[in-house]
Design a binder for this molecule. Structure first.
Ligand code: GDP
Length: 327
């Protein structure tokens, strides 16, 4: 990786240079210690320019129409004078078998827009790490002046939790049929959503879609409400034909306005920041204990003890940490 001075990255991304924004993102995604140090400097410097976007999480099974939706929704936002960035949290990419979201050519038209920036999903690291790196990428996009940050993920449960930890509003894209289980409508995901969009609704299935909507509203009725004074709306539409996206756009704004008015907007972001703080405390403790020759040797030794299945991993971790934190 070619190195860039921190000031060069800052000036570049602040002046709208997408190539340098991409370089800055590569830097925050890196797990190398020296890159991390520079990433911290960079993030510190851009902090005053962050926080001003609407952060939208979007989920749905593969084929639900997420990229089609994002492409047309993004173009709609751009037509309204906004800048749009698209990031992804892809659980498959952390499992070392190629990614569900990243492999195909996606959102070509949106990618060509001057006011759009699309980042393929990170290809390494574990899911928690990917979500945290994605959050930092989001901050970089905000500093680069993007008004909407769309974060896409695929419906497998855990990734939704992580995405809802870095976004302000969570949108679920559903298609008719396919079965609730298959569509990830597990209680957990339903409790996280703020808006539902039933996609691919065209003339021949409109009636079915209306019934699905009634079922969904009924199910939602029994869920604890995530946001006070907010009933999760269910929209019908077609991402492909650009139908219903304007309604979602308006509703997102309404939702954000409500959250700001009730202070829940800031509160949620604060809770999210606390979670990230805890994540990084653990991460840095791990890095610290493993650093240096002695640390590495001890780490390998205790990890080996745990993997021999004769000792309890938590006891072994405790011994290791206590031994090394004294160093
Ligand atoms: P993703 O895997 O969730 O990102 O889904 P895609 O956006 O790649 O869409 C999967 C397929 O569904 C593609 O062939 C799209 O053209 C198609 N598709 C997406 N939205 C609609 C829609 O509103 N109506 C119809 N008929 N097809 C759609």
């Amino acid at each position: 990786m070619k190195t860039y001075a921190t000031s060069q990255l800052i000036d570049g991304l602040r002046s709208g240079d997408k190539r340098l924004l991409a370089k800055a993102i590569t830097l925050v995604e890196s797990k190398k210690a020296e890159h991390r140090d520079q990433a911290e400097d960079l993030l510190k410097a851009i902090m005053p320019f962050t926080g001003n976007s609407i952060r939208i999480g979007i989920t749905g099974v593969p084929g639900a129409g997420k990229s089609t939706f994002i492409e047309n929704f993004g173009k709609f936002a751009i037509a309204n004078g906004k800048k749009v960035a698209v990031l992804a949290v892809d659980p498959s990419s952390s499992l070392n078998k190629g990614s569900i979201l990243g492999d195909k050519t996606r959102m070509e038209e949106l990618a060509r827009e001057k006011n759009a920036f699309i980042r393929p999903s990170p290809t390494s690291g574990f899911l928690g790490g990917i979500a945290n790196a994605t959050f930092e990428s989001l901050l970089l996009c905000e500093a680069a002046g993007y008004d909407y940050i769309l974060i896409e993920t695929v419906g497998v449960g855990q990734s939704e939790v992580l995405v809802s930890d870095i976004t302000d509003v969570f949108l679920f894209l559903k298609i008719i049929g396919g079965g609730d289980e298959l569509q990830g409508i597990k209680r957990g995901v339903m409790e996280m959503v703020d808006l539902i969009f039933i996609n691919k609704v065209e003339e021949e299935n409109r009636l079915k879609a209306k019934n699905t909507k009634i079922e969904l509203l009924r199910a939602l009725h029994f869920m604890p409400s995530k946001e006070k004074d907010w009933k999760v709306p269910v929209f019908l539409g077609s991402a492909l034909n650009n139908e219903g996206l304007d309604a979602v756009y308006e509703k997102v704004q309404e939702f954000i306005d409500l959250k700001v008015a009730t202070s829940s907007f800031e509160e949620t972001r604060k809770r999210q920041a606390e979670k990230r703080f805890d994540y990084w405390v653990k991460e840095y403790i791990l890095q610290h204990t493993k650093s240096g020759k002695e640390g590495e040797t001890q780490y390998d030794l205790h990890k080996k003890n745990a993997s021999d299945l004769k000792v309890n991993p938590s006891s072994e971790a405790k011994v290791f940490v206590e031994k090394l934190l004294k160093k």
